[in-house]
Design a protein around this ligand. Structure first.
Ligand code: SF4
Length: 233
């Protein structure tokens, strides 16, 4: 496990909380629209050690309320991540996990150990082309993604699903399938694609607000409280 990035303060990543976001290097997916492409391989440089992170969090006590653990894909290092989360929770911080859902057993284990206060799972696309959208066709297991989603929907921990929506990848058919798949879930957000300048493959663009609203109307048929998030255009 390598800590490759730290956002010292965010009001956006942990719903309703002032938080810091910790970026772990490495991911088992290669989504072509990934905006953290420099974190995906093993060669991403380490920004700080876990001890240095904990020292930072100790100093920010009383200012921050939560810590978001994101990536890359944090569930790739179950024991190291569990150890880090445990120490963060000992400092009375809330912990949020961002995951692509590819490792349901790790998600379940971290939750059952009481290490996660809020889980955010990507729903990358409609199920029929999920592997292609994740960029890993060999050995991809959609059943693992479905297992993670179904487990979260049992409601053992507060959670959200979200889809980053990319012109050139997603169409209305994706949202029809997503609506059928995770209908009735606690929270679901449609997010617009933003070109961070660090995207894995170039050539993608954003949908307009009106186009995103049309997708939203589709999912609202089964997830009435679904929202568009983080789109200021
Ligand atoms: S967007 Fe895809 S490739 Fe990038 S970190 Fe998330 S799951 Fe991994």
């Amino acid at each position: 496990m390598k800590i490759c990035g730290l956002q010292k303060t965010t009001l956006l990543d942990y719903p309703g909380k002032v938080a810091a976001t910790v970026f772990l290097g490495g991911c088992n997916f290669r989504c072509p629209f990934c905006h953290n492409s420099d974190l995906l391989g093993g060669s991403a440089p380490e920004l700080m050690t876990s001890e240095e992170l904990l020292t930072f969090l100790r100093r920010r006590h009383g200012v921050l309320e939560g810590v978001c653990i994101t990536g890359g894909e944090p569930t790739l290092w179950p024991e190291e991540v569990a150890g880090l989360m445990s120490r963060i929770k000992e400092m009375d911080y809330l912990v949020k996990l961002d995951t692509n859902g590819g490792r349901p057993q790790v998600l379940r284990d971290l939750c059952s150990r009481g290490l996660i206060d809020y889980a955010a799972m990507d729903i990358k696309a409609g199920r029929w082309h999920y592997a292609e959208v994740c960029g890993v066709e060999d050995g991809f297991r959609l059943s693992a993604i479905e297992e993670s989603a179904a487990w979260l929907m049992e409601g053992r921990v507060p959670y959200e699903f979200r889809t980053t929506t990319v012109k050139g990848i997603h169409t209305a058919a994706d949202f029809t399938d997503i609506a059928a798949w995770i209908g009735g879930c606690e929270r679901y957000f449609i997010q617009g694609f933003v070109d961070s300048g660090n995207v894995l493959k170039s050539g993608f663009s954003s949908y307009s607000r009106a186009e995103l609203e049309a997708f939203l109307r589709i999912v609202q048929q089964t997830i009435p409280n679904a929202e568009i998030r983080g789109v200021d255009y």
